[in-house]
Design a protein. Structure first.
Length: 383
């Protein structure tokens, strides 16, 4: 089996209104859909997120030329071949012997996203070649995957009451866990907001908080102590982007609430430091943002060795396969209760996963079980 073509489809679905986290505005639902074709007629599909879509798609297709003719089942070999392009190699800058020059440092986020999209497509292809779902390739079994619903974003007219009503609405739809975006208002307002949400959803529903790196260490300690009475499952990305594992250690020592991190990391080496420092209890590495499913497996295995729960960020149709293959630490996946916050997957993958009674249910189709609606791909293609 040989790779004969790699294609990237940049897709975007504009939201009705911009939704803010504490960090940035979300104006659309977007992805790059990656296709890896083989001469045997098997095609694998990958999903990757990031910006800019065009830059990521360009890197996917550039890398596709480099892996043309390679064995698609050798995903480790291909991953390392592409990742090694991010580092200097002897005389590579001159292209001696056909060597590819190192990719620019400024392009690393897009390059890691492109590697991730190709890698996920290779895993999908591997499952199809074996005639089994990815979770079964990994030694897992088909079982319900606990899920939470994310909301509490900040539209321009956001209020404490609107966040509480939204979260209560998720519970009414059958969710047993919800995640609230926080950090967009003052510390005092956010504590009041969390209290209102807890009252609206009841005591039995799990409540996670996602700060999107809103706080310095002292403000975060003040916030954490203020929300401790409301039975919080985790504080996610609590500290400013430039703060490091040592700062997370100090925060963990100052609050009873477990910490969650990993979404913004783009490879296993920084994730390693956050896990080994002992500060985080939940790992949220996102294979659809950087580095792919192969890297997710590496960081998940390290997390398991340290008793850290694996709770991947976003994309349950991909990450559900990882969680069910980790019986000791595979805990949950993130999802959305409707197609208004993240509509694109609902349109492009009409049979991706089903939700019932607080759990998602994977199908038993080979690979990741993604059926593509190509009419939707054309409708939302970035021209």
């Amino acid at each position: 089996m040989k790779i004969t073509a790699v294609r990237a489809h940049a897709l975007s679905f504009p939201l009705d209104q911009a939704l803010w986290t504490a960090q940035e505005a979300l104006k659309d639902s977007s992805m790059v859909l990656v296709e890896v074709q083989t001469g045997d007629g098997i095609t694998g599909y990958g999903i990757v997120h990031g910006a800019s879509l065009k830059a990521i798609a360009d890197w996917v297709e550039r890398f596709g030329e480099l892996i043309h003719g390679d064995d698609p089942l050798a995903h480790e070999i291909i991953w390392n071949k592409l990742f090694n392009l991010t580092t200097p190699r002897p005389r590579a800058m001159f292209g001696v012997g056909g060597a590819v020059p190192p990719v620019p440092r400024g392009a690393r986020p897009q390059v890691m996203a492109a590697i991730g999209g190709i890698d996920i497509a290779l895993w999908d292809l591997k499952g199809k070649a074996a005639g089994m779902p990815v979770y079964k390739l990994l030694g897992g079994e088909r079982r319900p995957v606990f899920t939470y619903c994310t909301g509490g974003y900040y539209p321009r007219d956001a209020t404490i009451e609107s966040a509480a009503q939204e979260m209560a609405g998720f519970v009414a739809k059958g969710y047993r866990a919800v995640k609230l975006k926080t950090g967009g208002f003052s510390v005092e307002e956010e504590i009041e907001r969390v209290a209102a949400v807890r009252e609206a959803i009841g005591r039995e529903i799990l409540l996670m908080l996602d700060m999107n790196a809103a706080y310095g260490l002292n403000d975060c300690i003040r916030f954490a102590r203020g929300v401790e009475p409301y039975h919080i499952t985790w504080l996610e990305e609590p500290l400013h982007w430039y703060l490091q594992p040592k700062d997370y250690v100090q925060l963990a020592a100052a609050t009873r609430i477990p910490l969650s991190h990993g979404e913004r990391e783009i490879h296993r080496y920084t994730v390693r430091d956050f896990i080994e420092c002992g500060a985080i209890k939940y790992l949220q590495f996102d294979s659809t943002r950087a580095a792919g499913f192969t890297e997710s497996l590496r960081v998940a295995q390290l997390a398991e060795q340290h008793g850290v729960f694996v709770v991947p960020h976003h994309c349950p149709e991909i990450h559900g396969h990882l969680v069910v293959a980790l019986p000791e630490v595979g805990y949950c996946v993130e999802s959305h209760a409707s197609d208004t916050r993240d509509p694109l997957p609902h349109h492009v993958f009409p049979e991706r996963v089903t939700f019932r009674d607080g759990f998602i249910h994977l199908n038993d189709k080979p690979g990741f079980g993604l059926a593509i609606d190509w009419a939707a791909v054309e409708r939302y293609r970035v021209r």
